[in-house]
Design a protein around this ligand. Structure first.
Ligand code: ZN
Length: 295
C-alpha cells in the first residue's frame, strides 16, 4: 500500500510540474511570441510551414508590455512552448520569471544583434525598435538566423519566407523615405516613448512626449512645459495613439491650437494568419498620416 501511494505521488508531481509534457507528444514545434510585433515577424517567417504553431502570449488589446504581469494562463501557454520569441531591451520585464519556471525554454531575443543600436533614455534602452523599418528588418533577420539554428530541418522554408518579408519591408522603407524626407516640417509631439526609432530613421524631431509611461497622466508642471514647447513651434502637431486615451493630448491641443493626429505603434491586434501584412499596412497608414500632418 505504501509503495503504491508513493508512486501515485511521483506521478502527481510529474503532472503538476509538467515534466510529463503529455500534450507535446505530437512532434509539432510550438513558438510563443511575447507580443504582437513579434507575432507578426514570426508569422511571416513560418507561414505555411508544416508542423509549426505560432501562439501570441498576450491578448490582442495588451499593447506595449510596460508593467505587464504574467497571468496563470500565460504560464500555461509557456509550459508547452519550445521557443519563446521576445523583443528584448527590457520590454519583457517578466522574462526572469519565465526562465525561472522554464529553464530549458529556448529564448530568441529579436533585438540581440550588433545591427541594432539602442537609443538610451536616462541610461535605459528604449525598447520600441520595431518602429524603425530598418530595425524591424534586422529583428526579422535575427529571429530567422536563431530559428534556423534551433530548427535546421525547416531552415530553407523559413529563409525563403523571411527574405520575401524583408523585401516587402525594404520597399516600404524606400517609399517612406521618398515621401517623408522632403516634408517641410519635422517637429512632432508624441504620446509615449514609442517613436524615437521611427523619428531617427526619417529625421523627425520629437519636441515633447506627453506621457513617458503610458497610463501615467502628466503632472501640471509637465503639462505646462509641453504647452510651452508646442507654443514655440511654427507648425503644431500632436500624435495620439489608438491604444491610449487622448485626454491629455486633447487638453494640450485646446491650449495650443495644435492639430491632433493618430500614430500607431502597431502593438495591438488579433493573432491570426490573415494579419500577415498588418505591420506594413499600418506603417503605410502612419506614413499617410505623417504626410498630412507635416506638410
Ligand atoms: Zn511602449
Amino acid at each position: 500500500m505504501k509503495k503504491f501511494l508513493s508512486l501515485a505521488l511521483i506521478l502527481l508531481t510529474f503532472a503538476l510540474t509538467g515534466c510529463g509534457n503529455s500534450e507535446k507528444q505530437d512532434g509539432r514545434l510550438k513558438i510563443v511570441t511575447s507580443f504582437y510585433p513579434m507575432y507578426l515577424d514570426v508569422l511571416n517567417i513560418t507561414r505555411g510551414v508544416e508542423g509549426v504553431d505560432v501562439v501570441n502570449l498576450t491578448p490582442p488589446q495588451t499593447g506595449c508590455l510596460h508593467d505587464y504581469q504574467l497571468t496563470p494562463e500565460d504560464m500555461k501557454t509557456l509550459e508547452t512552448a519550445d521557443i519563446f520569441v521576445v523583443n528584448g531591451l527590457g520590454m519583457e520585464a517578466f522574462l526572469d520569471k519565465v526562465t525561472e519556471a522554464r529553464p530549458d525554454l529556448k529564448i530568441i531575443n529579436a533585438s540581440d544583434t550588433p545591427k541594432i543600436v539602442p537609443i538610451l533614455e536616462d541610461g535605459v534602452p528604449n525598447p520600441h525598435v520595431w518602429m524603425s523599418l530598418t530595425y524591424s528588418i534586422e529583428q526579422v533577420k535575427n529571429i530567422l538566423s536563431k530559428l534556423c539554428e534551433l530548427d535546421p530541418e525547416r531552415a530553407e522554408k523559413y529563409r525563403m519566407h523571411a527574405l520575401e518579408y524583408v523585401d516587402e519591408l525594404t520597399t516600404l522603407r524606400d517609399e517612406m523615405h521618398i515621401s517623408l524626407d522632403m516634408m517641410p516640417n519635422k517637429d512632432i509631439v508624441t504620446f509615449h516613448e514609442a517613436f524615437p526609432y521611427l523619428a531617427a530613421e526619417f529625421r523627425l524631431n520629437i519636441v515633447a512626449v506627453i506621457e513617458r509611461e503610458p497610463g501615467t497622466e502628466p503632472t501640471p508642471q509637465e503639462l505646462a512645459d509641453t504647452i510651452e514647447k508646442i507654443n514655440a513651434l511654427p507648425v503644431k502637431v500632436i500624435f495620439t495613439e489608438p491604444q491610449y486615451s487622448p485626454k491629455a493630448a486633447e487638453t494640450i491641443a485646446r491650449e495650443t491650437g495644435a492639430q491632433l493626429y493618430e500614430l500607431d505603434p502597431i502593438v495591438t491586434g488579433e493573432a491570426k494568419p490573415e494579419n500577415l501584412l498588418d505591420y506594413p499596412d499600418r506603417m503605410l497608414t502612419n506614413t499617410l498620416t505623417l504626410i498630412k500632418a507635416l506638410q
